[in-house]
Design a protein around this ligand. Structure first.
Ligand code: SF4
Length: 424
């Protein structure tokens, strides 16, 4: 008898705030640069922000309802450009529409130099209990090269405010983003970044590799031959150093880019990586409430036109339980493998609607493809689960993931459509 995937209503919501002071040189996100003096309630850009918030609130009001939320993530862009009152209004609307469960994780992305200690107090009063700080580097020269607006002293000041709020118990957790694998970055340079990050006592770190995206200033510099990223062996060395340094400091790697002290892993991000559903609202935001992913238009005009369309002709099929397509198995496996726990292949396949016979017929081919990775120590078996080793497997994860994609492409037509949702 075929197993079917159970569709559990989402308990998480992402809100996209697309405004930034300026576009950083490496960034290809859906953002709207408003200038260095932009701000939420008054000042340059405030009319744009207020008009956008109306659209965002219209989208939330149009959404199907669901059970109370257990995680909310307000990301961007630079959401800390909004005033605390505007953040409070967004949370209030989510509370009225879905409900917010007691103890829910409510995260706000903040940029140094876009808020002061008084803003922070008011944001915490509005209900925010986790902050993700876009620090990127403690080095002024690097911040300049990245096109960031803030400087080292802004970052240190923001870390100090956040840590004080955390120590007082006003903030449940906070996280710092850093970028590694930068042009001409030596191991000693990077070590200094880690030392300074640890000195802030931050309980969660997200560490991203610089990637050069089309259409960015960095892509242009690369075409001019003016951007030299570290070679693969140097990049691997940096990641190994990161993992061992942070592990010694008590921060365990729980996902390819994320490290946390016990109890501080991001609950919201775990929703993305566990194949659970989530709501999302705003320009360029990707939702997957019932499995199927859907990315909204990436400009304000196109987003508003899409909203008008939703209002007049009904919600996009992916937003309704009855019409959404379940998340395909390859997507479930891709996100599952990113996490420390890894995945149980057969359990995932059965949950996606594969019969026992189908599992017997097709899963061994994937295991064969992954055998060399097992032998090289990139993958590891633990009972029924397969997981990337740390740091080697996580560093070389693309080489393991590509075998998964090749296997998926090799499946006979029709096999990929073997899942069907079931009412919980
Ligand atoms: S602040 Fe963040 S979202 Fe805004 S441009 Fe820079 S990297 Fe992109």
């Amino acid at each position: 008898m075929a197993a079917v995937r159970r569709v559990v209503p989402p308990r998480s919501a992402y809100l996209h705030i697309p405004f930034c002071h300026r576009r950083c040189y490496y960034c290809d996100f859906a953002v709207v640069p408003l200038g260095d003096k932009a701000g939420g309630h008054s000042g340059p850009g405030s009319a744009s922000i207020q008009a956008y918030l109306k659209d965002l609130q219209r989208e939330i009001a149009l959404s199907a309802c669901g059970p109370p939320l257990t995680t909310v993530y307000i990301g961007g862009g630079t959401p800390s450009l909004l005033s605390p009152a505007q953040i409070r209004a967004l949370l209030d609307q989510l509370r009225q529409h879905f409900g917010i469960q007691a103890g829910a994780e409510l995260t706000l992305e903040m940029d140094p130099a876009s808020f002061d200690s008084q803003d922070l107090v008011q944001l915490l009063d509005a209900g925010i209990n986790r902050v993700s700080l876009g620090g990127q580097s403690f080095d002024d020269v690097v911040l300049e090269q990245l096109g960031r607006r803030h400087r080292r002293h802004h970052l240190l000041e923001a870390c100090r405010w956040l840590n004080q709020a955390f120590q007082r118990g006003d903030l449940s957790s906070w996280s710092l983003d850093l970028i590694q694998n930068l042009p001409e970055q030596s191991l000693a340079d990077w070590d200094q970044q880690l030392v300074q990050a640890l000195a802030t006592d931050v309980p969660h770190l997200s560490i991203y590799d610089l990637s050069v995206e089309p259409g960015t200033v960095f892509a242009w510099r690369q075409r001019q031959g003016d951007l030299e990223l570290p070679q693969d062996d140097r990049a691997a060395e940096l990641i190994e150093h990161t993992t061992s340094t942070l592990r010694q400091a008590g921060l365990a790697r729980y996902e390819i880019s994320n490290y946390a002290r016990p109890g501080h892993a991001s609950r919201h991000n775990r929703v993305y990586w566990s194949s659970s559903g989530w709501w999302a609202f705003g320009m360029g935001a990707t939702s997957a409430p019932w499995g199927e992913r859907f990315a909204r238009p990436r400009t304000r005009q196109a987003y508003r036109a899409w909203l008008d369309d939703q209002q007049s002709t009904g919600l996009h099929p992916s937003l309704l339980r009855e019409t959404a397509t379940p998340l395909p198995l390859d997507d479930c496996l891709l996100v599952g493998l990113r996490c420390r726990e890894g995945l149980d292949l057969e359990a995932q396949a059965r949950a996606a609607g594969w019969s026992e016979a189908l599992c017997r017929a097709h899963l061994p081919a994937l295991q064969d493809r992954w055998q060399p990775a097992l032998e090289r120590g990139w993958l590891q078996r633990q009972g029924r689960r397969l997981r990337l080793t740390d740091p080697l497997g996580m560093t070389l994860s693309n080489q393991v993931l590509v075998e998964l994609l090749l296997w998926w492409d090799s499946l006979p037509p029709g096999v990929v459509a073997q899942s069907s949702p079931e009412e919980p």
